[in-house]
Every structure is written in structure tokens, then in C-alpha cells.
Design a protein around this ligand. Structure first.
Ligand SMILES: [Zn+2]
Length: 668
């Protein structure tokens, strides 16, 4: 699985390899030795649907060996042999392409559209296994690198992991390249899969010995056999399949409907309701578990993985459903009734079990005024008269007439709204500080502060992430309208950015002449950048905040968890002394980020930062645009300049602002 590299800074990558999984095998003597194989178990694959994806083809060659052998051709040949083997066993086999160029493909397709089409085939055929066949290319151009890897779809540690494990075991046993690595993969072709999905890289085509071996049909047969034996063994242990759920919310029963040729085992079967594991038992049509009814009025989630007596798991099945029982009872309370202000009327809306109705239920005051419930409570602000009165409150056919007493004679609360100066957008994250006490706005940017007998006006200061702090007087006898000015036109507010300080823990990276470790520098810079981006309203996450070892696949998983929109790898290069920014070949947006950061570096320092391509593991596997930022190589004199980190953080901030300005224009 490799993308073509146009511009290559060879020395950058040697740094990365320390934490990228790869295997160096010095001798070739045991590689791809044809074995006298025992017959595979006589298992019928009748009724099994398998979709094989010979990687690349169409416009993409994939990795290319020194002597010009193309990955797409090798992938295709192996796929064809495997197809035959599986069909002989009775399986129905489909291929994403049946020649070099697929019938569905057109020259106008981008690489992404090509992969989208393959995924669409996967999703519409719904096979029992999706297998993408590849051959590796070394990241650093080293011809010596070799080794086998099997990837399972990240997030499916059920059937995808099982299938990959069986295949991986055969790679280790048959190919002679040492222990094959089993890894979770977030490759585009594996993402969002609902069926077991595996991607195989049995060896490196970039290794010239391997390239020669792959020209021999016996080697291709050996690879196909390894896949075949893994698949056969996996299927023969039985693969449970969850086909649906039934939920009885009144009696508290949830059942996962499971299709399985082999008996299920409670030990390997799990059912979760809203992240809580339920005690369940095997039943006639699957697996059933009880919970305490009734469920609350909200969105619920049920998840199940079914395992059989051989320990084989299904893919994880998931279902979200909403419980929304109608209102039965309305209860009112009036909290206080200041003279110049308003009464706060709280309405609690409950269902027939006494549970709060679903969030966002509409409550009507009179005919016009509307409020929505949160945790079962809606609130109204009602102008208070000198005499008592009743009002009409209704919801879903239930009506009550709460009594609003006449106003108390005391100082009213301080109330108002905080909004953005340009768009009038209400700021829900605002903080109002009076003296040492802080108050927050609600989701409508509204605040109401109870301060007894301290005058008619007082000085307050205001802040909110993404806005410039300000100060003003607040008055009791009016609704205060506070405007805050957004930083950088508010362009970074809410943007989800993941910062990844390279290395850490047992992988310290390079060391400079003063004994400073790269992992500490990258962390320091990342924290500086995080603070600055947060100030501008971005939703920032770090892959690590302390000095700990963190595997590349974990970094990818974190980027998924935080739904990153931009992924920034912070590097302190120990070999390259020149600053640079790099991006994944073919990533238009990654290139744009790199250009903008490089441009800002030039604007602020007067020096240039080169832009290059790099296909680091994390960049290949994160679904958002990414960039490696190496503006503070570990061996430069300026490293100890006190403001270097602040300067770099400002460069990246400005670069991201430029990037978002330009890309949001694209979106228009
Ligand atoms: Zn490939």
C-alpha cells in the first residue's frame, strides 16, 4: 500500500522508522520456499460470498520494484489464483476489478473516487469477507526492508481481527519472512466497513530479491495459498453473523438475532446497552439479555459481538434508537419575582413513569411563547406585574395554569446576552467575571446573576474561547447586550485539530549535543501551539500530553476518536537541519496546509521552509488532511532562543487561519 512519491527527502524518514512498524530481514535463503503442503481441511465454502480487491490498477501502479515490476500486476495475479482456490471449495467470489482496468472506472476518476467505488462494491455486496490484496513498498527507499503484515479494519476487533489473525498465522508459517505483523489499519479501503475486512501485505516489492521471486508463479501461488488456508481455517471455525435486534423497552429485553452454524458461547458474546454490559444468555434465535425497564426518554445505543465455542467473533453490530414517550404530567414552580425584572417559571414535564420527557420537548406559554425542555425542565421569563396572575402552559394535550405572585420588592438579577460582534451569533461558552466569581452563559448566550444589594451597576469582564476579552459595566434595570470581537474573524472556532507530538516515552527520538531529546521538544512545542489555538476557539486535542510511549496505530485511533479535521505532526528532526513542512503525496488539502505554514514561516522569520512529500504511516491512515511540521530541528543554534516556540506556534496558527479562509471559500 504505497503512494507515488514525487519529491523525496530521504533522510527525514529514517527518523520515523524507529516507531513505524517494519521488519528488516537480512537473509533471503528461507524466503518463499515452496513447501509440500498438507491438504487444507475439507471444508465447503458453499454459500460464502467473498470479495477480493486486487489493490491499485486503473490509474495507480502502487509500489514499483527496482526492475519495474508493478504492484498492481502482482496483486492481480495473486487475486486470480486465490479466486480459483476459493471457487474450487464452493465459494462465490467477486473481484473489484477483473483486469488491469475495471469496467466501472473512467479516466476522470481521482484516486479517492476509485477507492470510493471499491468501497461501494463492498457495501452493496455485503460479502462474508472483504480482502484487499497488496504488496508493500519501503517508506525510506531502502531496498533491504522486507516482512509480512496483515491489517484488520480499525474498530472491528471482532470478525475482521479474527480473519486477519488466521491469515497472518499462515503468512508467518508459509512465507519464511519471520513473524508476520498483525496490525489494525485505517486505510481508506477498510474504513466504515460493516463486513469483516482485511488488507494483506505479504512482502515488500521494493526489495529486489523479493521482486525477482514475485516474477515466479510458484511465489504467487504460495501467497494465494497462505490467504486461502487462513480463510478456510477461519470459516471452518464458524463465523457468527448478527442480522438484527429486537428491543422490548416495556419489559426490559434486548435480543441480538444471530446466524451461526456453530454454537454460540456466552463467554465470547457481549451485549452492551448504553455502554453497560448486560448479563445475557443464548436463546433460540441468538442472544438475549434483560435490563431494568423502562428506558429513559433519550437516544439509546445497543452493541453486540457474538462469539462461538471456537472463539470466533462476529463483526460488532450496533443500533441506536430513541425512546420518546409523551408527556403525562406538568409541574410548575416560580423561583423568584423581582420587581423590575421577570419571574422565572420552571416547568417540569414527566412521562407516565415519572421520567423526564425527551430533551427538546416543546412547551407552550399562552399561544406564542415557546421553551424547550432540558432534563425534563423548561424555563420561561415572565414580566412581573404588581398584581398576581395565572398563565397557560401546555404540552402535548396537557395544560396547567400556574399562579404567578406579585413582584417581591428587592433588587433584580443582572441579566443579559453575550453575542459575537459581527454575526450576532449567541456565545454559549461565555464567562462573566465579577470580582473573583465567574458565571457562565447558557446555550442561548444568556446569563442571569443573583447579587443581593450591591448597587444598580457593577464592573464585569467577559471572555470566551475564540473571542477577545473585554470589560464593561452591567446594569440591573435593563437586559445587557454584550458584544465580543472574534479573534481572526472567528475562523478557528470549533475546528477540530489534533496535534501529535512525535515520539515519547521509550521512543525519545533524536538527542542533540546538549542532551535534549526530540520527544521533549515536540511536546513543549505542541503544548504552546495547543494554548494558542484554544485561545482562538479551536477544539484541540493532543495525542499525548506527557512523556509516554504511544504506538502509531494508537495515534491514528485518537485522530478517529476526536474526529480530527486537521492532523498536525510536530517533529524535531535530528538529521535535517533545514526547517520543512511535509504532506502526504496526493493530498490536496495537506499540501495546502503545508504551503500556508511555509509561507507564514517566511513572513515571520524571513527564512524559507521547504515543502516536501512524505508518506508516514500516521498520515496514510488518518482520514483528514495532515502535515508534518519540522520547524525546530534538534541541532540548530536557535533552539534555545526564548521565543522560538512562541514564534513557531504563531506561524502554525496563521497558516491554519489562511488554510481555513481559503478552503471555506472552496466550500462556497
Ligand atoms: Zn498497495
Amino acid at each position: 500500500m504505497r503512494y507515488p512519491v514525487r519529491l523525496f527527502l530521504v533522510s527525514i524518514f529514517t527518523v520515523y522508522i524507529a516507531c513505524a512498524p517494519s521488519v528488516n530481514v537480512p537473509v533471503a535463503i528461507h524466503w518463499y520456499q515452496p513447501l509440500s503442503l498438507s491438504q487444507p481441511p475439507a471444508v465447503s465454502l458453499a454459500g460464502k460470498k467473498i470479495l477480493i480487491d486486487p489493490g491499485h490498477g486503473n490509474a495507480s501502479s502502487g509500489a514499483v520494484g527496482i526492475n519495474g515490476t508493478k504492484e498492481k500486476d502482482v496483486n492481480f495475479k495473486v487475486a486470480c489464483i486465490l479466486k480459483k482456490l476459493l471457487e474450487n471449495q464452493g465459494a462465490t467470489v467477486y473481484m473489484t476489478r477483473i483486469s488491469d482496468t475495471a469496467g466501472w472506472w473512467s479516466v476522470n476518476f481521482t484516486n479517492r473516487e476509485d477507492l470510493d467505488k471499491r468501497r461501494a462494491l463492498r457495501d452493496s455486496l455485503c460479502p462474508d469477507l472483504f480482502l484487499s490484496i497488496h504488496h508493500n513498498g519501503s517508506d525510506n527507499g531502502s531496498p533491504d526492508t522486507n516482512g509480512s503484515k496483515t491489517y484488520y479494519a480499525m474498530g472491528d476487533a471482532g470478525a475482521s481481527l479474527d480473519a486477519a489473525q488466521y491469515i497472518n498465522r499462515e503468512f508467518t508459517e508459509l512465507l519464511g519472512l519471520g513473524k508476520s505483523l498483525l496490525l489494525s489499519g485505517n486505510f481508506y479501503i477498510l474504513r466504515n466497513t460493516k463486513v469483516p475486512a482485511v488488507l494483506g501485505e505479504p512482502c515488500y516489492l521494493s526489495n529486489p530479491v523479493m521482486e525477482r521471486l514475485l516474477c515466479d508463479t510458484a511465489s504467487l501461488k504460495l501467497e494465494a495459498t497462505a490467504y486461502f488456508r487462513g480463510i478456510i481455517r477461519w470459516f471452518s471455525a464458524g463465523v457468527p453473523k448478527i442480522t438484527g435486534f429486537t428491543i422490548d423497552s416495556a419489559n426490559g429485553m434486548v435480543t441480538a438475532i444471530v446466524k451461526s452454524e456453530t454454537r454460540l458461547d456466552t463467554q465470547f458474546t457481549n451485549i452492551f446497552l448504553d455502554e453497560t454490559r448486560l448479563n445475557g444468555k443464548i436463546c433460540e434465535n441468538g442472544y438475549t439479555a434483560g435490563f431494568n425497564p423502562p428506558l429513559k426518554n433519550e437516544c439509546h445505543n445497543v452493541k453486540c459481538t457474538a462469539g462461538n465455542i471456537n472463539g470466533n467473533l462476529s463483526t460488532c453490530a450496533e443500533l441506536s434508537f430513541i425512546v420518546d414517550r409523551p408527556v403525562k404530567t406538568l409541574i410548575s414552580s416560580v423561583e423568584n419575582t423581582p420587581v423590575l425584572n421577570s419571574a422565572r417559571l420552571f416547568i417540569t414535564a414527566l412521562d407516565r413513569y415519572g421520567y423526564p420527557v425527551r430533551n427538546g420537548t416543546r412547551i407552550l406559554l399562552g399561544k406564542q411563547s415557546v421553551a424547550y425542555t432540558e432534563n425534563g425542565v423548561a424555563r420561561f421569563y415572565i414580566p412581573v406585574a404588581d398584581t398576581a396572575k395565572t398563565v397557560d402552559i401546555s404540552c402535548g394535550g396537557v395544560t396547567i395554569h400556574p399562579f404567578i405572585p406579585e413582584g417581591f420588592h428587592r433588587l433584580p438579577d443582572i441579566q443579559g446576552f453575550i453575542s459575537s460582534s459581527d454575526t450576532n451569533f449567541k456565545i454559549s461558552t461565555g464567562i462573566i467575571s465579577i470580582g473573583d466569581t465567574n458565571y457562565s452563559t447558557d446555550q442561548n448566550g444568556f446569563f442571569s446573576i443573583e447579587l443581593f444589594d450591591t448597587g444598580l451597576q457593577m464592573q464585569a469582564s467577559f471572555c470566551a474561547p475564540g473571542f477577545i476579552n473585554s470589560a464593561a459595566a452591567l446594569y440591573r434595570n435593563k437586559i445587557n447586550q454584550i458584544k465580543l470581537y472574534p479573534r481572526a474573524q472567528g475562523i478557528l472556532i470549533g475546528k477540530r485539530i489534533v496535534i501529535d507530538p512525535e515520539f515519547g516515552g521509550a521512543e525519545p527520538g533524536g538527542l542533540n549535543n546538549y542532551g535534549v531529546r526530540a520527544c521533549d521538544l515536540t511536546r513543549k512545542l505542541s503544548l504552546e501551539l495547543e494554548g494558542l489555538l484554544r485561545q482562538h476557539g479551536a477544539d484541540v486535542h493532543l495525542t499525548r500530553e506527557d512523556d509516554r510511549t504511544i504506538h502509531v496505530t494508537e495515534r491514528v485511533a485518537l485522530s478517529e476518536k476526536y474526529s480530527a479535521e486537521v492532523y498536525l505532526i510536530i517533529r524535531s528532526d535530528s538529521i535535517q537541519k533545514v526547517p520543512y513542512v511535509s504532506y502526504l503525496p496526493g493530498s490536496r488539502l495537506g499540501e495546502k496546509i503545508s504551503e500556508k505554514i511555509s509561507f507564514e514561516w517566511n513572513q515571520i522569520t524571513g527564512n524559507s521552509a521547504s515543502i516536501c512529500e512524505e508518506s508516514a504511516y500516521v498520515m496514510r491512515q488518518t482520514r483528514c488532511p495532515s502535515a508534518v511540521i519540522s520547524l525546530s530541528p534538534i541541532n540548530i543554534e536557535k533552539l534555545f532562543e526564548s521565543n522560538l516556540y512562541k514564534k513557531i506556534a504563531v506561524v502554525v496558527l496563521n497558516g491554519l487561519i489562511d488554510y481555513y479562509k481559503e478552503t471555506s471559500r472552496f466550500a462556497d
